[in-house]
Ligand binder design. Structure first.
Ligand code: 5GP
Ligand code: ZN
Length: 135
């Protein structure tokens, strides 16, 4: 399969590995948003979060919780963001589901997304529609 993360997992492409268990591999992002930016990747290929079984998502999150304190200790960052670019329109480039663990420090200049405002009644209607779609 022509998937860069599958090739890394298979050992066909090198990576700077930080953690591995039976289900998950974690390694440094080759083009980090901040120093210590780690990718947490399931060893089996799933295209995106919706395609990833709950037990695998759980294994990814368990690994993230183990890895994050070590990353913070080593990078001296007090905080981190967890990111998932889910789908091409959200910026997913590698179509093998993964979490980004991005260390953050005060004043690092990494901007968060701008907020918008709902119109009158708009949020109530939207929440109802989403709740109905879940049924
Ligand atoms: P996405 O935009 O799909 O959520 O993020 C994919 C990430 O994978 C990017 O941040 C990119 O820098 C990283 N990446 C792409 N190719 C490689 C690679 O060959 N090795 C490593 N370590 N990271 C990669
Ligand atoms: Zn893959």
């Amino acid at each position: 399969m022509d998937c860069v993360f599958c090739k890394i997992i298979a050992g066909q492409i090198p990576c700077d590995k930080v953690y591995e268990n039976g289900a998950v591999l974690a390694f440094l992002d080759i083009a980090p948003i901040s120093r210590g930016h780690v990718l947490v990747v399931p060893k089996l290929h799933f295209q995106d979060l919706a395609a990833t079984p709950a037990e695998t998502v759980s294994a990814m999150m368990d690994a993230l919780q183990v890895i994050a304190p070590a990353v913070l200790r080593v990078t001296h960052a007090p905080a981190f963001n967890v990111g998932i670019n889910n789908g091409a329109a959200a910026g997913q480039i590698v179509m093998h589901t993964h979490f980004h663990l991005i260390p953050r420090i005060d004043g690092d200049g990494l901007q968060s997304w701008p907020h918008q405002r709902y119109g009158p009644e708009e949020s109530a209607g939207l929440a109802k529609d989403i709740a109905a779609a879940l049924r």
